[in-house]
Design a protein around this ligand. Structure first.
Ligand SMILES: [Fe+2]
Length: 588
């Protein structure tokens, strides 16, 4: 199935399934002697059969009438049969995989449907980038609900510029090309009471279920957000926030991705409300998918934290389908639903033996069995789109003759997405690494001749790391202890047409090529996994204790919608006041 625009099966599919249940047509497949996870009642039905006609489940229980001469029968030998997992909120670009490779990666881990917000590529290439995503997914069995990205750029008055601006009207005109609406994240415009934003958001919620992004909102501010018809939120980080949202009918989505691990704190909600509260990945890179899994990783972690296994599965199946009003077609093993099924050997460890989509086996033992599509959709605006004008200057712009200066610096608050503004004193002629500081530079990658260099505190790096993934504008961000290493890392990223490069003593130690929009690799899933492994190993060898967190932290230093201070290609930006501020506070 290509991108899902209409989740409903054809009427003929349902007629055939119904006739099969009546014994008028044989089922195509019967999986017998299974222990079925009943996500409606929250229990396991032992010694049961599941009959499948075409793409649809036609019978659950004792399927005596379904069997015919040509019905294939598989004895499950008492193994668990669960619905395919559904990820209700994710960004495919964050895996570093192109969409076709992403679908193979997650299908092999038991995820059979995703709600994908193509917000990152939309910031680089507008709706043309989204079209590219859709075309790459055309031949995949994964059910992808591709969502319209409603806030590109993230706010109405961005301090920096990405590769695209999508006007409200453009989204409204194109809504029927999508299968939903992605995250409405411009809470700044909400709090200002922007008439344009309020009217736009309410019109979106008339058409589709919007994905919420109510980071930090509470009380009447949250009410203002929910009043627009936005009734779910995946930015919930504390129990208090979760509880307030539930009481106001805003469904909290609990994240378990690469960095966002709200599940660690909020797992009790899965046990208490498994029909209502879904889990999601939001952002997860492919190394985590390969090593630990996708939604199966979240289910496994919930079980480890003490959640009942059936309830953990409910949160990854029936809860997301109810959230989007699609429980008639996906999210459970029940008559009339698509036959998206998982054969699980060990329930507690969520060890998946086989994955079926629409009644067809697509993965076994974590190996994708579907067709291998190596063809990349060519689009000159997407491929090798990183364009840096001239030779950008990476250096602090300090006044001539300066001997000592007090500067504004950015301190990332580890383990969160927040930063803090700090004052540092500097001897102008010394290297900043002598002061325990780091350079941070942002270089425009859309052909504009802008770059800016600032100072970071407590960003432990020996050498330099450059990345063309830098939220949300995705200019190139470079962080390093020496200007020479930074220039080398920047050049490596430019030459690769996008990517993440780590340099030490001007030598390229590791490079993850991301030449598709500067966000995704043109390589196969397992090659990208190896590239990431090499990058993290190399960083670790050069003293980084938590290289994965370091990379994530660096990629967020330019995200101008999260407090307190950020850096863009135009300068330092203080988020609360929404204004560019000077690097130099005082010259001594
Ligand atoms: Fe998100």
């Amino acid at each position: 199935m290509p991108v899902v625009l209409d989740a409903r099966p054809a009427p003929g599919d349902l007629v055939a399934a119904s006739r099969s249940s009546l014994g008028l047509e044989p089922a195509d497949l019967v999986i017998s002697n299974a222990s079925i996870v009943d996500v409606w009642r929250g229990l396991i039905i032992d010694h049961a059969d599941v009959a499948i006609k075409g793409r649809i489940v036609s019978c659950v229980g004792r399927c005596r009438r379904s069997r015919g001469l040509y019905t294939k029968e598989i004895d499950a030998g008492g193994k668990i049969l669960a619905p395919g997992f559904i990820d209700p909120h994710t960004h495919i670009e964050s895996t570093f995989l192109r969409p076709a490779e992403f679908s193979k990666a997650v299908l092999s881990r038991g995820t059979t449907a995703v709600f994908a917000d193509p917000h990152e590529i939309a910031n680089v290439a507008g709706l043309r980038g989204v079209d590219y995503m859709a075309r790459e997914l055309e031949s995949s069995p994964l059910k992808v609900f591709l969502l319209a990205p409603p806030n590109v750029p993230a706010s109405l008055t961005p301090p920096d510029r990405g590769g695209a601006v999508i006007e409200y009207q453009e989204i409204l005109n194109n809504l029927d090309r999508f299968s939903g609406v992605g995250e409405v994240m411009d809470t700044g415009s909400l709090l200002e009471g922007s008439k344009a934003f309020l009217e736009y958001s309410s019109r979106l919620s008339m058409s589709w279920i919007i994905q919420g992004h109510a980071a930090g909102l509470g009380g009447e501010d949250l009410d203002a957000y929910a009043s627009l018809g936005i009734t779910n939120d995946h930015e919930v980080t504390s129990w208090e926030e979760l509880s307030e949202r539930l009481s106001k009918g805003v469904i909290p989505i609990v994240r378990y991705g690469s960095s966002w691990r709200d599940l660690e704190r909020l797992y009790r909600a899965i046990d208490l409300f498994p029909h209502i509260v879904p889990m999601a990945t939001d952002d997860i890179h492919c190394l985590h998918i390969a090593r630990e899994g996708h939604m199966d990783r979240a289910v496994r972690r919930a079980i480890e934290l003490g959640v009942d296994p059936v309830r953990a599965i409910m949160s990854a199946t029936i809860a997301p389908s109810i959230l989007y009003g699609l429980h008639r077609w996906i999210g459970s093993i029940a008559p009339g639903r698509y036959a998206d099924l998982l054969v699980i050997e060990d329930l507690e460890r969520v060890s998946i033996k086989e994955v079926y989509v629409d009644g067809t086996l697509v993965a076994r033992e974590y190996r994708y069995l579907g067709q291998e599509d190596h063809k990349i959709v060519e689009d000159s605006t997407i491929m090798r789109s990183v364009k840096v004008a001239g030779q950008p200057t990476i250096d602090l712009r300090l006044p001539r003759g300066c001997r000592e200066a007090v500067l504004r610096a950015i301190r990332p608050l580890h383990g969160t997405t927040l930063t803090r503004e700090e004052r540092v004193r500097l001897d102008c002629s010394s290297r900043i690494s002598d002061h325990g500081l780091t350079y941070i530079a942002v270089v425009n990658r859309y052909g504009g001749n802008h770059s800016y260099t600032g100072v970071g505190v407590d960003i432990p790096i020996e050498g330099a790391l450059a990345s063309s993934v830098a939220h949300d504008s995705h200019n190139i961000i470079v962080v390093g202890s020496s200007l020479e290493d930074m220039a080398a890392a920047l050049n490596a990223v430019i030459e690769a047409g996008g990517g993440v490069a780590f340099t030490h003593r001007s030598r390229i130690e590791a490079l993850v090529e991301l030449s598709i929009a500067g966000l995704m690799s043109s390589k196969d899933y397992h090659e990208v996994v190896s590239d990431l492994e090499r990058l993290f190993r190399s960083l670790r060898d050069h003293g980084s204790e938590d290289p994965e967190a370091l990379l994530q932290e660096i990629q967020l230093l330019s995200l101008t919608v999260i407090p307190e201070i950020r850096i863009t290609d135009r300068g330092l930006y203080r988020v609360s006041e929404r204004k560019i501020v000077d690097l130099v506070i005082q010259i001594i």
